[in-house]
Design a protein around this ligand. Structure first.
Ligand code: FAD
Length: 486
């Protein structure tokens, strides 16, 4: 069969639906539409399925792996967890250890690398210097110091600058609070302090405030991951589809007509007509395709939606040397170009080595690494990792390095829709415009959700689109008998 020979057929009021993109949104859509009785063609440009779920296995199925896309599931992401359950994967959920969660994780304070367990004094000194010598209670200096450290670990450069500027206001607010309940461990419970004291929140500039929810989530507990790899979700959904996902099927244009949607496939540009289409292609890609029969406002949101990049670098090591130093998980925050390093484990067979996420960067930091040619990117990360752990420099320790610069990948051109700092009204308006269907062409994906950048977001937008697609198919009856290609 020609790789572009897709021929939609339909019967008895059920439609053949085309789903464009085989990420979590497209795969959940296909699974749910199939359950409703529809035939579904999933057309995916890449040679692999999963989109931004990307588990790289270094040494076969049972070897160590690095998550180059999504790696954790917040416990309140009920929609993601619903599909974990659907696929019988609940028993594989394990707590996810966030950055700086292990007492032996490392962070850079004032140029020095220190362990979490020893970070209190250097952080107090650092915050005192930032405050310009004015006297503050040590508890306040420590809490604000940890807020700095966490923002520096997780946030883009712009927000790292903001937290420095907000130091005085934060210290003043923290100085008025009883902080003892939050300072019991090596590392203060920042999330609890921020949740219980809106005055801390208000001491931050508005752009920084819009990042605090992510900061609380990504620095606290309450996340899990799938032992064995996040791709079990996407592979599991694909395995339940009657029709195999058509990988290597790049959509090169979409034409919305009154009674069908024509999707153009591949460089040769053959068009295939479908009675209904769900598009989950990221807008950063879609804006470069010819789209006809689409209203001007829709074209506008497709071309202007802001995307943030991310770059991840996975490293395959001969063994998990970090365990010798007492590190049992979590992540270090060495700063520099690496920013975050998450410690992994061996696979089932320790002789196949161990993997870790050498570097995770977002926004400008992601571009800095992502725009380097791959060998230079890997060399830069390894160079800085040797400063964090000299073991990386030992002969034979590093077996392989892989990376994904999501901002540079042709089928993504970004990591996630960026909606920080938007007013509630602007946010609701943008999401409505992004998700609004055009005739028989529907839209879903993380970018069609008010809380983007998570698997849950893509699934939520899909579950909104599916009943509308089903309704259209039922109302219009058996309106498709054979595929038409031109
Ligand atoms: C580095 C990184 C870390 C993340 N961490 C987490 C996390 O820890 N937890 C979490 O919940 N979420 C995380 N996310 C977000 C999560 O991965 C995404 O929100 C989610 O996977 C998006 O799914 P989607 O189906 O909407 O889009 P995608 O997965 O991008 O799927 C879209 C699909 O469309 C395909 N496509 C593009 N162009 C075409 C074309 N022309 N023709 C046909 N197909 C095309 C793409 O190849 C892709 O497969 C992370 C994302 C990244 C990048």
């Amino acid at each position: 069969m020609d790789r572009f020979d897709v021929t939609p057929t339909g019967r008895n009021g059920r439609a053949t639906v085309a789903v464009l993109g085989a990420g979590i949104s497209g795969l959940v859509a296909a699974y749910e539409l199939q359950r409703l009785g529809h035939e579904v063609d999933v057309l995916e440009a890449d040679e692999r399925i999963g989109g931004r779920v990307f588990t790289h296995r270094f040494a076969g199925q049972d070897g160590p792996f690095a998550e180059l896309g999504a790696m954790r599931i917040p416990v309140d992401h009920h929609l993601t967890l619903r599909y974990v359950d659907t696929l019988g994967l609940r028993g594989r959920l394990r707590p996810f250890r966030n950055v700086l969660s292990d007492p032996d994780n490392l962070l850079r304070v004032g140029g020095e690398l220190v362990r979490v367990r020893n970070a209190a004094k250097p952080l107090i000194r650092y915050t005192e210097e930032l405050a310009g010598g004015r006297s503050h209670r040590p508890e306040a200096l420590l809490l604000v110091g940890w807020l700095h450290a966490t923002v520096r670990a997780l946030a883009p450069r712009e927000l790292r600058e903001l937290v420095r500027r907000d130091t005085g206001k934060l210290l003043a607010a923290a100085g008025r609070l009883d902080l003892t309940p939050y300072l019991k461990d090596d590392r203060p419970d920042l999330g609890a302090a921020l949740r219980r004291h809106p005055e801390l929140w208000r001491a931050c500039s508005s752009r920084l405030q819009s990042f605090l929810d992510d900061l609380i989530r990504e620095s606290g507990t309450g996340m899990c991951h799938l032992a064995g790899g996040m791709d079990q979700l996407t592979e599991g959904l694909a395995a339940r589809l009657r029709r195999p996902v058509l990988t290597g099927h790049a959509i090169s244009g979409i034409d919305v007509r009154r009674d069908e949607v024509r999707v153009r496939l591949g460089r040769r540009g053959r068009a295939v007509g479908y009675p209904v289409v769900l598009c989950t292609i990221p807008f950063a890609v879609l804006r470069h395709l010819p789209l006809t029969g689409v209203e001007a406002d829709k074209l506008d949101v497709i071309s202007t939606l802001d995307y943030s990049p991310a770059t991840k670098v996975g490293v395959h090591c001969r063994r998990a040397f970090w365990a010798d130093q007492g590190i049992t998980g979590g992540g270090s925050a060495p700063g520099g170009r690496v920013r975050q390093t998450y410690y992994g484990t061996t696979g089932k067979d320790p002789s196949r080595g161990a993997a870790l996420l050498g570097s995770y960067t977002i926004a400008e930091d992601a571009d800095l690494l992502g725009r380097l040619p791959e060998p230079a990117r890997h060399a830069a990360v390894l160079h800085e990792l040797r400063d964090l752990h000299p073991e990386f420099g030992r002969p034979g320790m590093v077996r392989d390095v892989v990376s994904v610069a999501w901002g540079e990948r042709p089928w993504h051109r970004g990591c996630a829709a960026r909606r920080w700092g938007m007013s509630a009204t602007a946010l609701a308006r943008e999401v409505e415009r992004a998700a609004r269907p055009q005739g028989r062409l529907f839209f879903a994906g993380e970018h069609c959700s008010p809380a983007p950048a998570w698997l849950n977001a893509g699934i939520a937008s899909t579950l909104e689109a599916v009943p509308r697609i089903d309704d259209l198919a039922r109302r219009t009856g058996a309106w498709y008998d054979a595929g038409r290609s031109a």
